[in-house]
Unconditional design. Structure first.
Lengths: 415, 415
């Protein structure tokens, strides 16, 4: 037997039913917020991601040379692709340009629980100008999507990269020296951050203060002590989120998302039930367009880990509604077979989901199959009933059976 | 600027609107026929496709080695993946097992009009037993999908690989000798087929007769002269398709789809308006499961070229309905800004698609933007109106404006 590649998945009809249900739910929330979908290729020039994240990322990607000797790779995420698309083709669109996407991403690493080599992201980006509304709209979309899925246990933590950056700058540390410090602080690796801060000439007092700041979490009021200008901005974003009706949001000044291109607000969402791999969403405002040769624009976005979010929903015991056929048509014998096909076609043309015997089975086997696929009703096409233009409709859960004229069958099934 | 890889496409919001519209239409037709969706990975072990189609296919694929030195490739089509999935995991599902799929496929060749290196297929497979019903159900699904898209100018041509195979066998030619002959006949390359047939010992008379047969097209009645057992089977399939209400189907004994794994019915759909690249669907019954180490099963399927089908629909002047926001909320000044956010959230929570000013623009610019995104209405949140709990609703096409109490706004917009 030929196996699927390691770290990838096949999805059964039941799994796909649930996945498409939540995917289209997310899509419809995004559309109802005025976002519109874009799509980019599964593979890109490797340069796109090394430009964004540095050469180290090649190690974590499916990168290869095509037959024209071009370095290409399976996309590890979609923000870079969407911004490349913006720079190439969408700069003339009215701003704010609100986009969303859904699709497969790939990473080359040891597969483990909740981490696959092929995984799915649902994300959104806005390109516009730096207002708290823009960030609130972004966080608000993520919040609205998660609210709509019915997920209960999750927490939205919002920080601002400017808080720590400002403190470092005040201590005389900025730019290339600040970045590795921020990265360590983001991961709460204080033992590694401290020597870097010392080497940059920071006093023990400022080091202590900055480490304390990364631990600041809680309601908006925590910003009364910390924050400065970035804190004021955060307060405005929170005020708008409150108007939107989202209260499941807290401050976390330790969220830094240690990547050079983040510029302001940063946020993450955790679903604690998932354990170690609990982060289901991450985002913030960033600056990438000019890295890819475009104009400098304000942009903000997020990506939801689709697989983990589904896992979290599942762990809370929620299930998606099943797609079952409304009717399964059974001819009682070969004489009524052709008429049965006509009846099935009639139902299908009228929007009733319908299956029928295509294996020429006997009644018993047909009922067993109808049961196995979860058909709501069987339509039995018998010789006698046909004489009066009727078929027998049997409700599969109650067992109730009824003669129905074919001419009113559609109405009967829809009613 | 970093470009997207050659032969791939980015899709704008307008294009994605149309693509998702037709994709979900196809999905819903498949579901209404009792098919259920499956999904397999974007990349597979290269062996899967060389087992199916021979080593030559590697030349036409994005094939590469991963870091574990495994030969993998971007899938060139989905039937092999679906049957691999069946063999690995789905053999215990009730039969007939009716599946469909939608997704990206990849081929490495010179990009040209209507042929992309990344393209999309919508397809379906049934695993069951060899009845004419099974093939009719398969062709019928393709026909129902195309009918639902509104495409007018297309033709479904159905043949049976058994007709030519039977004639070759009668002339003493079968198995490995017959296959290359069938492949040439499929492509109507008679000058190359003839010497092969001669070398296989066929008489001039049988050669002439077989070439004439590949040119037989037309209504069912053409089978009165040609066909034998395979012809009888074809007649049954056509009779069922007629019961299903599909009459846009004709016989074409030249459809052979020269691949070793086809076993019986073969069919193709053309949209003549597309010119040279006019084929939008191809399928037939085939035998692959045992090639992949599974049991021998009867299977039949098809794949619709999603991109070409959309192109054909477009060429006929059809357009998908646009997804526009129902309402765009504008605060007249900073004092009503927070209230405007609340109004937007109210609409969104009630399923009304809604956008709002997140750039702090003046009224004029806001109206211009609302117009650019095609908003149906603007909701103007003014100080005076708010005093009496109202907002102004303006119809963007008629210009009509009305004061509406916020408490009945949802009802007003939905009514």
């Amino acid at each position: 037997m030929i196996q699927r590649p390691r770290g990838t998945r096949d999805f059964t009809p039941e799994e796909m039913g649930a996945r498409r249900y939540y995917e289209s739910m997310m899509r419809s929330v995004a559309v109802s917020h005025g976002f519109r979908e874009v799509q980019t290729p599964i593979f890109e020039h490797t340069e796109l991601f090394t430009t964004k994240s540095g050469p180290g990322i090649v190690e974590e990607m499916y990168a290869f040379k095509d037959k024209g000797d071009r370095e290409i790779c399976l996309r590890p995420e979609l923000t870079a692709s969407v911004i490349r698309f913006f720079v190439n083709d969408l700069t003339n669109y009215p701003r704010p340009l609100k986009m969303f996407y859904f699709g497969q991403c790939f990473r080359y690493e040891r597969p483990q629980a909740g981490r696959y080599r092929e995984f799915f992201q649902f994300g959104a980006e806005i390109i516009g100008s730096a207002t708290p509304e823009m960030d609130a709209e972004m966080i608000g979309l993520a919040a609205a999507i998660l609210e709509r899925t019915g997920l209960k246990d999750y927490k939205i933590r919002v920080g601002h990269i400017g808080v720590l950056k400002g403190m470092l700058a005040q201590a005389g540390v900025s730019g290339d020296t600040a970045l590795p410090i921020l990265q360590k602080l983001d991961k709460k690796m204080y033992e590694e951050a401290e020597p870097l801060m010392k080497a940059a000439g920071m006093s023990a007092d400022s080091i202590e203060k900055i480490i304390a700041t990364t631990k600041v979490t809680g309601p908006l009021s925590v910003l009364d002590t910390y924050g400065g200008e970035a804190g004021e901005y955060l307060k405005e974003v929170f005020a708008i989120l409150a108007q939107f009706g989202f209260r499941n949001v807290e401050v976390d000044l330790g969220v830094v998302r240690g990547l050079a291109y983040y510029t302001g607000i940063v946020f993450e969402v955790d679903a604690p039930k998932l354990g170690a791999e609990k982060q289901i969403c991450g985002g913030g405002s960033y600056s990438l367009s000019e890295l890819f040769g475009g104009e400098k624009v304000f942009s903000t976005g997020f990506a939801i880990g689709f697989d983990r979010t589904l896992l979290a929903i599942e762990k809370e015991g929620q299930t998606a509604p099943k797609l079952l056929v409304d009717a399964y048509v059974i001819p009682v014998n070969d004489k009524t077979r052709m008429k049965a096909y006509e009846v099935a076609a009639l139902l299908r043309r009228n929007g009733i989901s319908c299956d029928l015997d295509i294996m020429r089975r006997n009644m018993g086997k047909n009922f067993k199959y109808a049961d196995a696929i979860g058909a709501r009703r069987t339509i039995i096409v018998g010789e006698k009933e046909l004489e009066s233009g009727c078929v027998n409709v049997r409700d599969m859960s109650s067992g109730e059976q009824k003669m129905v004229p074919i001419e009113s069958l559609v109405q009967h099934l829809k009613g």
